[in-house]
Design a protein around this ligand. Structure first.
Ligand SMILES: Cc1ncc(COP(=O)(O)O)c(C=O)c1O
Length: 423
């Protein structure tokens, strides 16, 4: 029988169909087309509440800021803002999306390892909660551009080599993010001498897809060696299950561990911020594809109507997924590469995976694609960026529509559209 444990909690098999949030995925595919991102909105809200209420219960002076990079859509921001979450944005672009969604600027922190004047100006104009200083140049830029004292946190690179894919580790000694601990005293001295800078505290984020909670305690302990501050932002990073054999801590377990470490090393009287991305949104999202073709060359290649255009996780980090063929719940399994339609041999959704009797035209669902897939959508081979469908109480609501062919050429100057379409 099909293992639904990687799908959002509302997933149920309904004969040859699969339902999420009471909505038929067969009907959603017919109405909105494929590929498409599907979000279980109730599960999303439940996870947001687990974070916000779980943190507030353990440490009232706290804020959960959704790491917007993991799903930078106004549709996502508006749901999470309605659940009382703040935001972590990177640069003026994400800030623009956040403000368009109606997010409260006071609950926003801005990151960026290479911020431009434009980024800083946008943060200052919006009067966001904190700008996160990532290097000495940020200090100079904020001090030059600000018209009033501006609250900032200093991002430190705590020298922790997290046990995750190298591309997801951000807190190690050679990281491009933050200031190495040995330079922190100089950075603090520089900020104390800068009239427009109001240093309130420290920030660290040691990486993503971290399932060993000890690493978060090591992060907190490293922060405690840098002096006492009123505010600590500990970033995000909690990992999730992608395959049936994976084990990942729950949000509750993570918060319990983190807050215990904070009280032990930093004390109970600090303002605490966390910035979850993946662990908030990955498990509540899935991608819906249709099988376009199958080819036996060495291994069976099952090719769907998306791929690198909507999911770069395998090509960037070697991330594996657990796809399911909708409706073929009890049929025999075959070993196949689930590939995309883009002109790269590396265009693989997941290699060497067991699929149940896939046929051309079948719908394939890839669970746990709610983080960093929408983020990196692109137009490779003229792919149209997919829609985002929120399923809730039996209603499938379009949060983001599919891109159009006209949008593919919308930024091109000097088109000869009329001549082309006349041919
Ligand atoms: C500063 C910062 N905060 C939060 C996050 C979110 O991390 P995750 O999606 O692993 O929770 C990231 C992502 O890398 C980050 O760079």
């Amino acid at each position: 029988m099909a293992d639904l444990s990687l799908l959002p909690p509302s997933a149920i098999i309904d004969g040859p169909d699969l339902r999420i949030g009471g909505c038929s995925l067969t009907e959603a595919a017919a109405e909105f087309g494929t590929p498409a991102f599907v979000i279980d909105e109730q599960a999303l809200r439940d996870r947001a509440r687990a974070y916000r209420e779980g943190l507030a219960a353990r440490h009232p002076d706290s804020r959960v800021c959704f790491a917007m990079k993991s799903f930078p859509s106004a549709s996502m921001v508006s749901v999470l803002a309605s659940e009382g979450l703040g935001l972590d944005v990177v640069g003026a672009g994400e800030l623009r999306i956040a403000l368009a969604a109606g997010a409260d600027p006071a609950g926003i922190v801005m990151h960026g390892n290479a911020k431009s004047d434009e980024d800083i100006r946008a943060a200052l104009d919006a009067e966001i909660g904190y700008i996160i200083v990532d290097g000495f140049d940020d200090i100079e830029r904020i001090d030059r551009l600000a018209r009033q004292r501006t609250p900032v946190l200093l991002r430190v690179s705590p020298g922790i080599e997290s046990h995750t894919h190298a591309a997801l580790a951000t807190g190690g000694k050679a990281s491009k993010f933050g200031i190495p601990v040995e330079h922190v005293p100089a950075a603090i001295a520089r900020m104390q001498a800068a009239p427009m800078i109001d240093l309130r505290g420290l920030h660290a984020h040691i990486g993503s897809q971290i399932t060993n909670l000890q690493q978060f305690e090591a992060e907190v302990a490293a922060m405690a060696t840098l002096g006492k501050f009123p505010v600590y932002d500990l970033g995000g990073g909690l990992g999730v299950r992608y395959e049936p054999g994976d084990v990942a801590p729950t949000i509750e377990e993570y918060l319990e561990h983190l807050v215990t470490a904070v009280h032990r090393h930093l004390g109970p009287d600090v303002e605490l911020i966390v910035e979850p991305g993946r662990s908030l949104v990955a498990p509540v999202g899935l991608t819906l594809y249709r099988v376009l073709t199958m080819k036996q060359s060495g291994l069976l290649h099952v090719a769907v109507d998306g791929g690198m255009g909507d999911n770069l996780e395998h090509s960037l980090y070697g991330q594996r997924f657990t796809p399911m063929v909708i409706g073929r719940w009890d049929e025999p399994e075959v070993l196949a590469d689930l590939v995309g339609r883009h002109c790269e041999s590396g265009d693989i959704v997941t290699p060497e995976v067991m699929l149940r009797s896939p046929q051309i035209g079948d719908l394939v669902v890839v669970p746990v694609t709610g983080a960093y897939c929408f983020t990196m959508c692109n137009n490779y081979n003229g792919a149209l960026r997919p829609p985002v469908i929120y399923c809730y109480g039996g209603v499938a609501r379009l949060g983001v529509r599919r891109e159009t062919q006209d949008e593919l050429v919308a930024r091109e100057m000097g088109l000869v559209v009329a001549a082309q379409s006349a041919r």
